[in-house]
Ligand binder design. Sequence first.
Ligand code: GDP
Length: 298
Amino acid sequence: MFDTLSERLGATLANLRGKGRLSDADIDTTAREIRIALLEADVALPVVRGFIARVKERAKGVEVSGALNPAQQVVKIVNDELVTVLGGETRRIRFAKEPPSVVMLAGLQGSGKTTLAGKLAHWLKGQGHAPLLVACDLQRPNAVTQLQIVGERAGVTTFAPEPGNGVGDPVDVARRGVAHAREKMFDIVIIDTAGRLGVDEELMRQASDIREATRPDETLFVVDAMIGQDAVATAEAFRDGVGFTGVVLTKLDGDARGGAALSVREVTGQPILFASSGEKLADFDVFHPDRMASRILG
Ligand code: GDP
């Protein structure tokens, strides 16, 4: 991920090296090249526009004096703006004052929700929490079993509907899952919900009903970073149809161009909380905008 973007930004910024001062033409050329690099990385157009405008504005104010030379100052500006676009500060997951906290996962089928549910549970367990997975994806055959397997790997309990007892109603399962957690002293409930291959109304209504019924402390929109430009439209649809408080980027280990990662925060107005990057339970971490920016700038 980000390989091409990193290379292009690196080459563009390297062209400034050794310059004693930057002319307007230098800044315009650099801005144009950064713009092309971002667009080629599939970053959403409005995000690119804002980014370039801010870089240009700040680069014009660059002084010759100071500890950093002009080229280094532009690198710093680009770095700062990448951090901003990625959300600025690290935003930690929020818990309820009174346990159990409820974390609901929503997103398209294949976005990596079930895998993420296991990783998140594993991570929370490592922090001393007692998470309970709740299987509310009742659309896809095997989704419940898949979550149970993921739960076993993570060493956490999975609450699943018993056959013949409300199997068809994910809202009911979600509600009972939260009640079960309260009764059995689990302090965090992770609700896995159904996804479709594309956005559809029934899916949105179901996710929205589960949200309404369980009032999650966090509703996380799970997005496959490999889907590029489509991520923006999907994120907007989930924002309007279900609403969410944070984003999780999955499949950051892939070779996609990275545009989704760079667009989703600004387009949805919600922070990226976690990054997931592989099939193993440990391929998961809190999302740090500054570290991701450094990775992009190499
Ligand atoms: P769900 O339909 O949203 O529950 O998605 P799944 O959790 O079933 O994931 C869909 C596919 O993507 C599975 O084959 C997962 O193994 C794979 N997957 C999930 N997360 C990642 C990730 O971070 N990196 C990679 N490479 N594959 C992933």
